[in-house]
Design a protein around this ligand. Structure first.
Ligand SMILES: Cc1cc2nc3c(=O)[nH]c(=O)nc-3n(C[C@H](O)[C@H](O)[C@H](O)COP(=O)(O)OP(=O)(O)OC[C@H]3O[C@@H](n4cnc5c(N)ncnc54)[C@H](O)[C@@H]3O)c2cc1C
Length: 369
């Protein structure tokens, strides 16, 4: 998010900007630990709109931003086996189509044809969007950062934000491990750590970290995995997989996981994944796990992001993307940059406002995987 905002500010000619990263490298937070999934298929219209704009940019990232991102649009396939999910997906597909996204409603048999080796036991229907896909989060981050730097924006790595100065009702500076920077504009793009940075400016952000795992399996035999890089999601269990080079990337949420910053790998979760995997991709039972890691989702109460002004004058937040933020970084960064520059972002930002949490709301994103 930080790299995207820096990039879009630079496109507007705003280059008196410093991107601060406490680690020695960019993209080692959530962005460096995600599954690279990019989809139109969300349940809330504003999220679909963020996807439409972002995917348009991913499709021409090389020409526009100037970096390769290994984007493969082999589609996202959601497998639905529970009545409640059939109803919510039916509504969501209608809404997605109204917004101009082509999403197909498939039978279990049609889904099985798309992914050889897929187990569809108990699957009542599936949805498929061919323009969904996967791409390289590191490529996107570095692409945005390099283009911003070429335009004159400074990137300071190994520089931790330790405080935010507020005088009267306005931001006046940022305290860092490398000294104080005077500024009238601060963007909090600290991902799972956004609440701590918000607190420095007296802003309470309901963003909580939640551990999620990814496992990489080597093929047990030649042609063991589906040839396609299609992202398959068993929605009832949240088990998902896609081909990653010669290997297979897979993961599944753990309903027992509690909020916290621990990113050690809990290998016991494989005991819960094994029976689901055996049902949905039986060949996985014979595969060796060659790599595993965990990262943090940055959850908000309604699984929608916070994008906009928050707290004192000059303080902005772009955080809380609830496990699907990598793919929304282009549109979200463009929108926030327009706002900072005093331009009309052409987007209704009320579903992303911090103030929404003080009102009762039913607009919860149901498409969290
Ligand atoms: C296992 C897993 C799978 C995922 N799969 C997907 C997916 O398929 N598709 C998708 O779109 N999203 C996915 N996500 C979610 C996605 O990774 C996040 O939504 C996105 O990366 C958030 O980006 P960000 O820039 O807000 O946060 P981050 O990438 O975490 O960046 C925040 C940065 O702020 C820095 N920082 C924090 N505090 C300070 C400080 N005080 N001073 C200076 N720097 C600071 C951190 O070091 C970090 O680099 C997944 C996440 C996980 C964990």
């Amino acid at each position: 998010m930080g790299a995207s905002v820096a990039y879009y500010l630079s496109r507007l000619g705003l280059t008196n900007v410093i991107l601060l990263e406490r680690e020695t490298q960019l993209g080692t937070g959530s962005t460096g630990r995600n599954a690279g999934g990019v989809r139109h298929q969300f349940s809330q219209p504003p999220n679909v709109q963020l996807s439409i704009e972002s995917i348009r940019l991913f499709e021409q990232f090389g020409e526009t931003v100037g970096a390769p991102i290994d984007f493969h649009q082999d589609g996202y396939l959601f497998l639905l086996s529970e009545r409640e999910h059939l109803q919510t997906f039916e509504r969501a597909v209608g809404m997605q189509r109204e917004l101009g996204v082509q999403v197909d409603w498939l039978s279990a048999g049609q889904a099985a044809k798309l992914v050889p080796g897929l187990g569809t036991d108990g699957v009542a229907a599936a949805t498929f969007c061919a323009r969904d896909g996967i791409c390289d989060p590191n490529g996107v981050t570095m692409g945005f950062a390099a283009a911003a730097r070429r335009a004159g924006i400074e990137i300071r790595r190994g520089c931790e934000v330790t405080g935010i100065r507020v005088e009267g009702s306005a931001v006046t500076g940022v305290e860092t491990s490398g000294g104080t920077i005077a500024t009238r504009t601060v963007v909090n793009a600290a991902g799972p750590w956004a609440a701590a940075v918000g607190e420095m400016a007296g802003v309470a952000l309901p963003v909580t970290p939640l551990r999620r795992h990814i496992f990489i399996a080597a093929p047990p035999a030649a042609d063991a995995w589906p040839a396609t890089r299609i992202m398959v999601i068993d929605f009832a269990s949240s088990f998902y997989f896609h081909r990653e080079g010669d290997n297979l990337l897979f993961g599944m949420g753990d309903p027992a996981e509690r909020a916290g910053f621990d990113i050690s790998v809990n290998w016991h979760i494989l005991d819960d994944i094994a029976p689901v995997a055996a049902r949905r991709l039986p060949v996985l039972a014979d595969a060796a796990i060659v790599k595993a890691w965990a990262g943090l989702y940055e959850m908000t109460p309604d699984a929608m992001p916070i994008i906009g002004r928050t707290g004192p004058d000059g303080m902005y937040t772009i955080a809380g993307f609830s496990g699907h933020g990598f793919q929304h970084s282009p549109a979200a960064g463009r929108i926030l940059s327009d706002l900072i520059a005093g331009r009309d972002p052409g987007f209704d930002l009320s579903p992303f406002s911090l103030e929404r949490f003080s009102r009762p709301s039913t607009a919860v994103e149901g498409g969290v995987v």
